[in-house]
Design a protein around this ligand. Structure first.
Ligand code: 5AD
Length: 335
């Protein structure tokens, strides 16, 4: 049985039955061998290093109504905000000062807000020519994607959320389509963005067949990055009383992806560490190689609660704690 992980490591693929076993087996030695192989592949390629990114949640204004998300349009309990240009630049400056060289600007889906942000991206590009600018702004007109690219965006994260069209339809209102997400991802890549996709683990009605479809989709698309975290219920959403997803399955998916796509940039997500204390380091030991620290100004944090229990620690403060945890595990940070 323990051969499965080494087979995946060698061939970078496995049949459905093999992948399903890696996702579901209760054999602890198989799971340990999966994580160990993934960790070794990550260390071979990147050394014992973890890439840090500064997450700036620049706006929670969203036109969408995804059933799982705390900042969905119909949630009237959240005060809506958009950071000013100065607030965004100052968040970038604090991150830069801490040695972080990638800024991740994430926000709700808001086409006119994205046009404002494009100008801010140009300012960030002018102030920090060597920084990498990652955008996570949902599905936008292709002309806006092109504008964001011209203004200096390098990378774009757009989670596909689930590769099964039927499952996608249960998690989203009827005006949202998996196909149009995939078209956006193709276009982003065509424009020269490094692209990231990903999904929630254990979202309502998700089956292991769906997770398999997620893996196959990523195996085909070969994204440069993948964001994968457990579903965490948010009380003011329609899916607020469903159980949270599994941290264990999330860790297994990190390992499987590391073995399938050895060069992928794979964050140990905030959602994982919300569910599992020490989850960031455990994620790294399972093959993840990126950690995002939150540099959103503190006053706005509570209004960006996609899910419950999100830690509210400040980026600079969290960074000291994280460096300590990682060095105890033998890892250094880089950016
Ligand atoms: N639990 C976990 N992740 C969530 N996201 C949104 N709502 C939740 C939730 N309740 C994730 C989605 C989205 C990303 C920004 O946050 O996958 O793409």
């Amino acid at each position: 049985m323990d051969k499965l992980a080494s087979e995946l490591r060698e061939r970078r693929t496995l049949d459905d039955e093999g992948l399903r076993t890696l996702l579901e087996s209760e054999d602890a030695s198989l799971v340990e061998s999966l994580h160990r192989n993934a960790r070794e592949v990550a260390v071979e390629r990147f050394g014992k290093q973890v890439w840090l990114r500064a997450l700036i949640e620049w706006s929670n204004v969203c036109r969408l109504d995804c059933l799982y998300c705390g900042i969905r349009k119909s949630n009237r309990e959240v005060p809506r905000y958009t950071l000013s240009r100065e607030e965004i630049l100052s968040a970038c400056a604090s991150a830069w000062k801490e040695g972080i060289r990638t800024f991740v600007l994430q926000g709700g889906e808001n086409p006119s807000g994205a046009l404002f942000l494009a100008d801010v991206v140009a300012d960030i590009r002018a102030s920090w020519p060597e920084a990498a600018i990652t955008l996570s702004l949902g599905e936008l007109p292709f002309t806006t994607y092109a504008l964001l690219r011209r203004r200096g965006g390098d990378r774009y994260l757009l989670r596909h959320e689930t590769a099964s069209a039927a499952h996608y339809a249960r998690l989203h209102p009827s005006d949202m389509r998996l196909d149009s997400r995939m078209e956006c991802l193709q276009e982003l890549r065509r424009l020269g963005f490094q692209t990231g996709m990903g999904m929630m683990v254990g979202s309502p009605w998700q089956t292991s067949q769906d997770l398999l479809a997620d893996l196959r989709l990523m195996e085909r698309f070969r994204p440069e990055m993948a964001g994968i975290g457990p579903f965490i219920p948010q009380h003011s959403t329609p899916l607020g009383s469903f159980p949270a997803g599994s941290a264990d399955v999330t860790l297994r998916l990190y390992s499987i992806l590391r073995l399938m796509l050895p060069a992928i940039f794979l964050p140990a997500t905030t959602a994982l560490s919300t569910l599992l204390p020490g989850g960031r380091v455990q994620g790294i030991l399972a093959g993840a190689n990126v950690i995002m620290l939150n540099f959103t100004p503190r006053a706005y944090r509570p209004a960006y609660s996609l899910y419950e229990g999100k830690p509210e620690t400040d980026g600079a403060e969290a960074l000291r704690e994280l460096r300590k945890e990682l060095s105890e595990a033998g890892y250094k940070t880089t950016s």
